[in-house]
Design a binder for this molecule. Sequence first.
Ligand code: FE2
Length: 139
Amino acid sequence: MFVQWSPLYSVGIDELDDQHRQIIDMINLLHEALPKRDSAAEIRQVLVRLVEYTQKHFSAEERYLQQLHYPALETQREEHRELVRDLREILLRLKRGEDISVRKLLAFLKNWWITHIEREDLKYASWVRRHRSELSPRT
Ligand SMILES: [Fe+2]
């Protein structure tokens, strides 16, 4: 497997962990399509799905963090915006018929997600853990 999800990446929120796993699955699909003959259409299809799903995930994550008044939300938003912009640019280049290096794209995606989860997402995970008692209504 090209990228493997690990419990160490868990942000402690099932829905968001699940979305991270789905994204990793799609990156692995992209990786598996690589050695196939005539894989261009398949690669494009997976990539379109990956971009759509990534945007859906970022919205869910940002909505969640906003509800909790997470103080570093802007850093999250900034990184998310940058990735979406880069991915859209790549899709556009594919649409125009330009050749892109899928190998480089895969290395970039793997590095982006692992770094982002480890550096930014785990930061909100521990913030949420520390503030959970104040955040949830006491009964
Ligand atoms: Fe994030």
